[in-house]
Design a protein around this ligand. Structure first.
Ligand code: ATP
Length: 448
């Protein structure tokens, strides 16, 4: 028998570990678990916006986390407070309606594209221009020019959005096109299920008969040998039939640890394009387009203010806008810059480093460790300099979201693999080394 409280706590703890605090506070803290059965978890969320966000961004992870915990496929059912109230009023049979709803949601998540992730709702800016153009070409001429198309870049910068946009566009042009979107983990789970249920034939025909296969976040193939093997064959089958493959990852294929060489080389056959964090202008344009979609009246200077606060992750930018909107609704006030500042104040303690560049970071780290920026840029390998250098590289990636090659260049022309190694090293150390964690928090404070 599953314990509702333990299960929910497990889930939200995992989210807390993996989400920025602004996102966690906005999406998770406001939600609660109201029912748990052997195959369903019912989560109450405050508004329709929260529900959309959960459905688009959190349900897959929820299923995976619950699977890890319970070894069962538990489908999330999202209900807004209003829906719960009206459900109670018309006194429907909750079990039936929840089950039906869950089926619908799972269906939507697993086999359909997210409706609003289209080219129309995608704002083009310097950081994503090339990716956008490549996506359009692929949607219009699948399987011929750039195959596979590979998007890479930091968290929440629009890779998934563009992928779905390709799918929508292809289906517009060819309504019979068979499009499949999965995350790498969904692919892995499907594959494992097919072994368990002896349905490998069905699995293969499902994956090898598509016209467009979209696989998100392939960095999670990292240590999955068997899945990589299967994906290799899926890839070859599709490629040979000239079917389009689109992949995303947070880094280039050759930077993904333990990714088989033959996959690395295949992924390089087509075109790899990175998506970099949006500049201020693009962030304002994105906010404006989101505000319009939600029918929100927000003055331009307030949009600029919000865009200035969050500079690397568009998902967080959306969270900030929602936060401001919720604040205005609760306080029954118009949205102004002052109100936005109040709404975001409590959300941004960890974000005070926004707007800092690599140079600022190097200077601050050098000061903290009592070394010079020249030493950080240099090549001396003594521990007293190596650690500050690694910390500075780590913070540069985390705070500015710049690509590894760009950071390497700014650290005295180092190779991107050096930056990648430094980043992953510090990331790994942070899990156990609390002293280092305190030091990094201290540096962030100095930066703000
Ligand atoms: N250029 C853009 N215009 C409008 N919205 C955007 C743009 N880029 C990203 N977004 C929005 O930001 C949110 C995060 O984007 P998305 O999920 O595509 O990021 P991602 O790069 O796939 O992130 P992750 O690495 O976490 O998978 C989505 O709601 C998406 O619609």
């Amino acid at each position: 028998m599953l314990n509702i409280e333990e299960t929910w706590n497990y889930l939200i703890d995992r989210f807390k570990e993996n989400m920025a605090s602004v996102s966690y506070d906005t999406w998770i803290e406001s939600s609660k678990c109201i029912q748990l059965t052997q195959d369903e978890i019912t989560i109450q969320v405050p508004t329709k916006l929260h529900k959309d966000y959960w459905e688009n961004n959190l349900t897959t992870t929820t299923v995976e986390l619950l699977y890890e915990l319970t070894n069962r496929e538990i489908a999330p059912v999202l209900l807004t407070e209003e829906e719960i109230l009206s459900q109670q009023q018309i006194d429907e049979e909750p079990a039936v309606s929840a089950a039906a709803q869950s089926e619908l949601q799972m269906e939507r998540k697993y086999s359909q594209l997210v409706e609003k992730y289209t080219f129309d709702s995608f704002v083009i800016g310097k950081g994503n221009q090339m990716a956008h153009a490549a996506a359009l070409v692929v949607a219009e001429e699948p399987g011929t020019i750039y195959n596979p198309l590979f998007f890479y870049g930091g968290v929440g910068l629009g890779k998934t959005h563009l992928m779905h946009a390709i799918g929508h566009r292809l289906q517009e042009l060819n309504p019979h096109a068979n499009v499949k979107y999965v995350t790498s983990e969904m692919f892995a789970n499907d594959f494992i299920d097919s072994i368990r249920n002896r349905t490998q034939k069905e699995f293969r025909s499902e994956y090898r008969q598509v016209d467009l296969l979209l696989v998100d976040d392939i960095q999670f193939f990292s240590d999955k040998e068997g899945t990589q093997e299967e994906f290799f064959h899926t890839f070859n089958a599709l490629y040979d039939q000239r079917k389009q493959i689109v992949l995303t990852s947070d880094r280039l294929p050759n930077e993904i640890p333990k990714l088989q060489e033959r996959l690395v080389s295949r992924f390089a056959w087509g075109l790899s394009v990175d998506i970099t964090p949006p500049d201020l202008e693009t962030r304002i344009a994105i906010l404006r387009s989101k505000a319009e979609a939600e029918n929100l009246e927000i003055p331009d200077n307030t949009l600029s203010y919000i865009a200035g606060q969050i500079d690397s992750n568009i998902r967080e930018l959306e969270g900030a806008l929602l936060r401001v909107q919720a604040f205005a609704t609760i306080e029954n006030l118009e949205i102004t810059t002052g109100l936005a500042a109040d709404a975001l104040k409590s959300m941004l303690p960890g974000k005070q480093t926004v707007g800092k560049n690599i140079e600022d970071i190097k200077k601050t780290v050098a000061k903290f460790y009592d070394v010079t920026v020249e030493e950080i840029n240099g090549r001396k390998r003594v521990q007293t300099i190596v650690r500050p250098r690694q910390v500075a590289m780590y913070l540069s990636r985390e705070i500015t979201g710049e690509s590894f090659p760009k950071i390497g260049k700014e650290f005295g022309g180092k190779d991107h693999t050096t930056v990648l190694y430094a980043h992953d090293k510090i990331d790994e150390l942070l899990e156990t080394d609390f002293e280092l964690k305190n030091k990094i928090d201290e540096i962030k404070k100095m930066l703000s």
